[in-house]
Design a protein around this ligand. Structure first.
Ligand code: NDP
Ligand code: GDR
Length: 372
């Protein structure tokens, strides 16, 4: 039985990766942060009572800003594989807390690598570093001849998050070259799911679409509708992470779908799932989305109602306008084949958020009916 340690196990990717590794027969350890309220919703279904026999899932309190606990946990766990997914992962928020992001996303990566080295586990332990398409910064001139970003495209990060992650990328590569460690970067493009954090644009859109259709929200305020992203499904992307660590040689890989879509079109796709057609009018901060038609008799939406507006508070000081990745290497070398396309992703997210919003709506009604 192989042993894996996942930082960021309470996040979107951590939860799917934990499920995948358990299915593959791994003993899975995860690092979770102490919080004043529960932060394990995404992995509660995996919880095991430590008093039972054959436990194969265990959580440890820890934080990537604390070298001592990183060393202690790695010493205790003796992992065959470490997946370093822990990060302050929100690009816009990174402008508000740049030093913290550098500490967690940048130096946190060094702490993992150095802990493995200090403990003499360099030969036993393979390390996956969660690198990102944000490293490219969307510069048009840096794309390859196919018009895509690949493993050789130059980096130009455009946020404190990107700048911190570029340190994580290079220090991982440096430890591989300097100490012959099996340490790899997965340069993953945006990947989403029903478990995506609620402030990332796709989940914000699918939740709001459900809420507007069900009559509990009037309007969705978004930032840059002109941004384009290469969106895949997180379930497919964690499969790629695992494959990267099963290779004979430690290398870096781009994981992407190879197609890019406007934020505006993601909005239209989400509303189309509930039978609502959106018509966009205006430009820039004046662009607005209106209900053009509603074919679902369950939703009492007035035609012509404004449901989308642009709010400049969601603009970033420096934006990454367009990302599109070249998955050729991961497809040929890793044999990675994504099971979802964008339509399947939107369908799954919308189905999940309709159930979620309906449940919240009912709970609110029940609570307001109870007289204390
Ligand atoms: P999430 O934001 O959903 O999860 C981040 C995880 O990191 C959470 O478990 C969070 O804990 C944990 N974390 C945050 N700060 C610390 C800290 N100081 N010490 C330890 N753990 C911490 O991100 P995703 O699952 O979407 O992404 C996983 C990784 O992949 C991240 O590193 C992200 O930057 C990177 N990435 C993500 C992409 C995407 O499109 N999703 C694309 C490319 C890279 P808590 O739950 O307590 O907040
Ligand atoms: P991103 O994801 O910044 O690409 O980082 P996000 O979903 O936050 O933004 C994607 C694009 O949508 C535009 N946008 C908005 N974004 C948010 N969050 N909220 C809005 O209201 C909104 N309106 C428009 C953004 O400006 C941007 O252009 C994600 C994270 O998961 C990172 O951790 C990861 O490294 C990268 O993907 C790849």
């Amino acid at each position: 039985m192989k042993t894996a340690l996942i930082t960021g196990i309470t996040g979107q990717d951590g939860s799917y990766l934990a499920e995948l590794l358990l299915e593959k027969g791994y003993m899975v350890h995860g690092v979770k942060r102490r919080a004043s309220s529960f932060n394990t919703q995404r992995i509660d279904h995996l919880y095991q009572d430590l008093h039972q026999d054959h436990v194969n899932f265990k959580l440890h309190y820890g934080d990537l800003t604390d070298s001592t606990n990183i060393i202690r946990i790695i010493q205790e766990v003796q992992p065959d594989e470490i997946y370093n997914l822990g990060a302050m992962s929100h690009v816009k928020v990174s402008f508000d807390s740049p030093e913290y992001v550098a500490n967690v996303d940048g130096i946190g990566t060094l702490r993992i690598l150095e802990a493995v080295r200090i403990l003499g586990l360099e030969k036993k332990c393979r390390i996956y570093q969660a690198s990102t398409s944000e490293l490219y910064g969307g510069l048009a001139e840096n794309k390859n001849e196919k018009g895509l970003y690949d493993e050789h495209s130059p980096f130009y990060p455009r946020s404190p998050y990107g700048a911190a992650k570029i340190y994580g990328f290079w220090i991982t590569k440096n430890y591989r070259e300097a100490y012959n460690m099996f340490a790899c970067n997965g340069i993953l493009f945006n990947h989403e799911s029903p478990r995506r954090g609620e402030t990332f644009v796709t989940r914000k859109i699918t939740m709001a679409t459900a809420a507007i259709a069900l009559g509990v929200q009037d309007c969705l305020y978004l930032g840059n509708l002109d941004a384009q992203r290469d969106w895949g499904h997180a379930k497919d992307y964690v499969e790629a992470m695992w494959r990267i660590l099963q290779q004979d040689l430690a290398e870096d890989y781009v994981i992407a779908m190879g197609e890019t879509t406007y934020v505006r079109d993601f909005v239209s796709m989400s509303f189309a799932e509930v039978g609502i057609e959106i018509e966009f009018r205006g430009e820039g901060v004046n662009e607005k989305g209106y209900v053009a038609s509603c074919s679902n008799p369950d939703y009492q939406l007035e035609i012509g109602k404004q449901v989308i507006a642009v709010d400049p508070q969601y603009f970033r000081p420096t934006e990454v306008d367009l990302l599109i990745g070249d998955p050729t290497k991961s497809k040929t070398q890793l044999g990675w084949v994504p099971k979802y396309d964008l339509k399947g992703l939107v369908e799954e997210m919308m189905a999940s958020d309709l159930v979620y919003v309906q449940r919240e709506k009912m709970l609110k009604e029940v609570r307001s009916a109870i007289k204390y």
